[in-house]
Design a protein around this ligand. Structure first.
Ligand SMILES: [Zn+2]
Length: 155
């Protein structure tokens, strides 16, 4: 990777694998610690580049495969109804010298609340914008169960 600022959250995420769902040549997909929306995840580009317009044709093509794989798996495992994808990079621009690292947020959405290990994950604002302030910290055993179901479901 080129240009990996020590303060970059995405570069830090690339160095960790405790919540990793899968990796491809150009992308890494990690479950988010905040599971206010079941299966909420991040997709990080595996090099420090800041914009969708920075992607090579091969990176674009592979992103399409990442989207397909994630959506098919979360639909199969948790019966997700649809997905909100965002590529915001706003935090980088809070700095005086912005140096964004392209990443995407995945917000699976649910018409019917899924249940994992007896825990119900409501989506009270389904069919509307996700609630970006929603926080749901869950016990480590439950996040491990969510991770394993998404990993196994992709097989
Ligand atoms: Zn970075």
């Amino acid at each position: 990777m080129n240009n990996t600022p020590s303060t970059c959250n995405s570069c830090s995420a690339l160095a960790q694998d405790n919540l990793t769902l899968f990796e491809t040549k150009y992308w890494k997909v990690d479950l988010a610690p905040n599971q206010a929306y079941l299966g909420r995840s991040y997709v990080n580009l595996k090099r420090h580049a800041g914009h969708l317009s920075s992607l090579t044709p091969d990176e674009w093509a592979e992103l399409g495969e990442v989207v397909r794989r994630f959506e098919e798996t979360a639909t199969k495992v948790f019966d997700a109804t649809c997905f909100n994808w965002t590529a915001l990079m706003n935090n980088a621009y809070k700095s005086d010298s912005p140096d964004p690292h392209l990443h995407l947020h995945i917000w699976p959405r649910y018409q019917t609340a899924p249940v994992v290990n007896g825990v119900v994950f409501e989506d009270p604002n389904f069919a509307h914008h996700y609630d970006k302030t929603a926080v749901r910290d869950i016990e480590p055993g439950l996040i491990d169960a969510i991770k394993l179901q998404l990993i196994d479901g992709a097989l």
